[in-house]
Design a protein around this ligand. Structure first.
Ligand SMILES: Cc1ncc(COP(=O)(O)O)c(C=O)c1O
Length: 401
């Protein structure tokens, strides 16, 4: 495919109708190019993107260091399986271990759901003999493969796919007492997103993550944080749990890890990780040099450009904008922000607002029916932020119930 597409959106959409399985709801737009916080469609229209890559494009579209690293690597070695060593995987594991602060060891895969599958196996292998149950949270989201889906505490995603993997009990996020009650002699782990993402950008109440740590220690459970959405600097720390100074036994990562290139990881403390021996788990593409070079470039960019601090600034500016709007906009129920992880809970359905923003060439997301979710790039400029917020203000103020 060359730079100037010869087909336009309707023709491309027709190809999808005929040849692509219809398991996604798609907007009638075909994107062809991206740069920073902008994308262009096949007709040449430009959109401002406050939700780049569903959280994967943490540094915006086509960030220069990642493009350069991938270009360099692609001509040297694209993929080698894990029967061989490759330098990029080793360096990435070292960098993640250091960022995570748990001196962990890494297993690499290609997506969030795979990282969670690895975490479920880690938990069960560490629970042997006899312990296999995992406590997870209501409104959590851990992925679509059957293990991660079983861990996900939302019945709407389970429908039609039962029987699920056995052993998960779901308790309200933030409720320590309920978590304690769910633990029994067969429990081996607690799996929790430090900040629920898909569930509506739900922040943990004070003391909650620490309380889960104590519960896990008391019953010798693994405490696993799913940071697929909140990790890699998104919230202003390398990992969201670092805001609350609680150490997990393992962390799952994906989305932003390689800046839009498919890459997932499980980081686990060595004493837990040692149970994942040859033959227990694998991923053919996991840890390939291309993805690992991209991920190393993400870490280098965040460090070189001071983007952890920028995440905090972005969050503060968005918060100010929404707080300023709130008195004039009765549908804003709650504003929840941690760095560049932003949720605005409305008292009305959010889907029509997403469509109205799209008409005005602003890309946002709505999750859980009523929560506008923004996961902007850490390279978003103040003027882009204000431009998008002006559009959002207009859309929110003109909302008709
Ligand atoms: C916290 C969390 N875990 C796991 C996943 C699944 O990731 P993937 O879609 O890459 O499989 C997601 C996806 O949104 C997520 O937000």
């Amino acid at each position: 495919m060359n730079d100037s597409p010869k087909t336009f959106s309707p023709q491309i959409i027709d190809l999808f109708k005929r040849y692509v399985i219809g398991n996604y709801t798609r907007y009638p737009v075909c994107l062809v190019r991206g740069e920073g916080s902008h994308v262009w469609d096949a007709e040449g229209n430009r959109y401002l993107d406050f939700f780049p890559g569903w959280g994967c494009d943490l540094l915006g579209h086509c960030p220069p260091r990642i493009v350069a690293a991938v270009r360099d690597q692609v001509g040297k070695l694209i993929h080698v399986p894990n029967t061989w060593y490759n330098e990029a995987q080793g360096l990435l594991a070292q960098a993640l271990s250091e960022c995570s602060g748990i001196q962990g060891q890494c297993f690499f895969c290609n997506s969030g759901t795979e990282a969670v599958e690895a975490a479920i196996k880690l938990a069960r292998l560490n629970g042997k003999p006899g312990r296999y149950k995992i406590v997870t949270m209501i409104n959590s989201f851990h992925g679509r493969t059957l293990g991660a889906l079983s861990a996900t505490g939302q019945p709407k995603y389970h429908q039609g796919l039962e029987p699920l993997l056995a052993g998960f009990s779901y308790v309200p996020f933030g409720d320590l007492e309920a978590a304690a009650k769910a633990v029994d002699g067969e429990t081996c782990a607690i799996l929790v997103e430090p900040i629920q993402g898909e569930g509506g950008i739900n922040l943990p109440p004070d003391g909650y993550l620490q309380g889960l740590r104590e519960l896990a220690d008391k019953h010798k459970l693994l405490l696993i944080f799913d940071e697929v959405q909140s990790g890699m600097g998104r919230t202003g720390r390398w990992f969201a749990h670092q805001h609350w100074h609680v150490e997990p036994d393992a962390v799952t990562l994906a989305k932003a890890l390689a800046g839009g290139v498919a890459c997932g990881a499980l980081i686990a403390k060595p004493q837990a990780a040692e149970k994942l021996k040859p033959g227990t788990h694998a991923a053919t593409f996991g840890g390939n040099p291309l993805a690992c070079r991209a991920a190393l470039a993400v870490i280098e960019t965040i460090e070189a450009d001071g983007l952890l601090a920028r995440a905090e600034q972005i969050g503060a500016r968005f918060r100010d904008r929404f707080e300023a709007l709130r008195p004039r906009c009765p549908w804003i129920h709650e504003i929840r922000v941690k760095g560049a992880m932003i949720g605005v809970e409305l008292s009305v359905d959010g889907a029509p607002l997403v469509n109205q923003c799209l008409e005005r060439r602003l890309l946002i997301n709505c999750t859980h029916g009523t929560v506008l979710r923004l996961l902007p790039a850490l390279t978003l400029t103040d003027s882009q932020l204000d431009e998008g917020c002006d559009i959002l203000d207009g859309v929110l103020l003109s909302y008709k119930t």
